[in-house]
Design a protein around this ligand. Structure first.
Ligand code: TXA
Ligand code: MG
Length: 319
């Protein structure tokens, strides 16, 4: 049985006690629901991979109540401090060199010499993290390869019965995962577009290189960037200019005519609203009867549109 906890003092205390005991607890961040475990407990972290059916050990993000706690585990230079000051708490993850003496289990970082750290926005989550008193590793709380969860009900669909508890703080406000920036190399690199737009990063620290660095000496520097990911059951077709009678439509702005099932991400063309509704929309369309696929209208490749298009391209990738 998976306990359903509310974000009140009793629920927070229970969630913290379970995490401290090495159990798995899902909680809602501003981006998506995370599946948390004590990042210093290798057995607890291994249980995350088992619950998600992750095929291999992708490195996980460690979550902290504040920047001081995060920077105790990694070596933060001026760019890391500038980004933390500008965007934490918030949907930004920094990849930095691990500090010698960090208690984070090697498995959390998949044995890399870097560690991904983040301070999530919701006060409830930061109160939970402070109560745990240890870094909390948390990937998105879905089965590997499936659509990320933005409500406690989504978590229960994928992981109900496989984890100790879900802390239900309602729907996630941002709706796409955190932006991942690698600051461990010679220049900043965007490894994953997310809730903090690229334009905002550039405004804070100047130029940011895009994508994974060239592979050096066989070391996988940007793991977890699997082409097929966030996949609904139905095939996904991007940049649709028309919609077939047997297709469901994921619309943005004024919808194309002819679809029977339509989920509009944002009738007014607002990217923040669209991001917040993206994963719930994919799940809803996927559950519609008598449709053979999902047609997706074009979404501008700017601001949060980069993160939305990244997730949609992965949802459309060959499986
Ligand atoms: O918004 C989020 O980031 C959510 C919430 C729960 O915080 N978490 C999340 O975790 O999306 P996950 O495991 O689904 O994605 C983590 C991403 C993966 O692409 C992983 O490869 C990358 O971060 N990552 C983690 N540690 C890394 C490292 N040391 N070097 C490079 N990439 C890393
Ligand atoms: Mg994920």
């Amino acid at each position: 049985m998976t306990e359903h906890l509310l974000p009140d003092p009793a629920g927070l205390a229970r969630a913290a006690a379970l995490l401290r005991a090495g159990r798995l607890v899902a909680f809602g961040t501003e981006t998506v629901y995370g599946l948390g475990a004590d990042a210093t407990d290798a057995a607890a972290v291994a249980a995350i991979f088992a619950a998600k059916d992750r095929p291999r050990f992708n490195p996980l993000i460690s979550h902290y109540p504040d920047a001081d706690a995060a920077f105790a585990d990694v070596v933060a230079g001026p760019e890391a401090r500038a980004l933390a000051a500008a965007f934490w708490p918030g949907p930004l993850t920094l990849v930095l060199p691990r500090r010698a003496g960090s208690l984070v289990a090697p498995l959390t970082g998949a044995g890399l010499d870097t560690l991904a750290v983040r301070v999530p926005a919701p006060a409830v989550v930061r109160a939970l993290l402070a109560a745990v008193g240890r870094p909390v590793a948390a990937p998105s709380a879905n089965r590997s390869g499936q659509v990320s969860p933005t409500t406690a009900a989504h978590v229960a669909e994928g992981l109900g019965g496989r984890i100790a508890a879900v802390l239900d703080s309602g729907p996630c406000a941002v709706g796409v995962e955190s932006t991942v920036v690698d600051l461990s190399g010679d220049r900043p690199r965007l490894l994953r577009p997310g809730g903090v737009p690229l334009e905002a990063l550039v405004a804070a620290i100047g130029p940011v290189a895009l994508g994974a660095p060239p592979a050096d000496a066989g070391v996988l520097r940007a793991p977890g960037q699997l082409a097929s990911h966030y996949a609904p059951g139905l095939p996904v077709r991007l940049d649709a200019a028309t919609v077939a009678v047997d297709e469901a439509l994921l619309a943005f702005g004024p919808p194309l005519e002819g679809a029977t099932a339509v989920f509009n991400l944002s009738p007014g063309g607002n990217l923040a609203e669209a991001a917040a509704r993206l994963f719930a929309g994919l799940r809803w369309l996927d559950a519609q009867a008598r449709v053979q696929g999902i047609a997706v209208m074009p979404i501008p490749e700017a601001g949060l549109g980069r993160a939305i298009n990244d997730r949609l391209r992965r949802a459309a990738a060959p499986r």
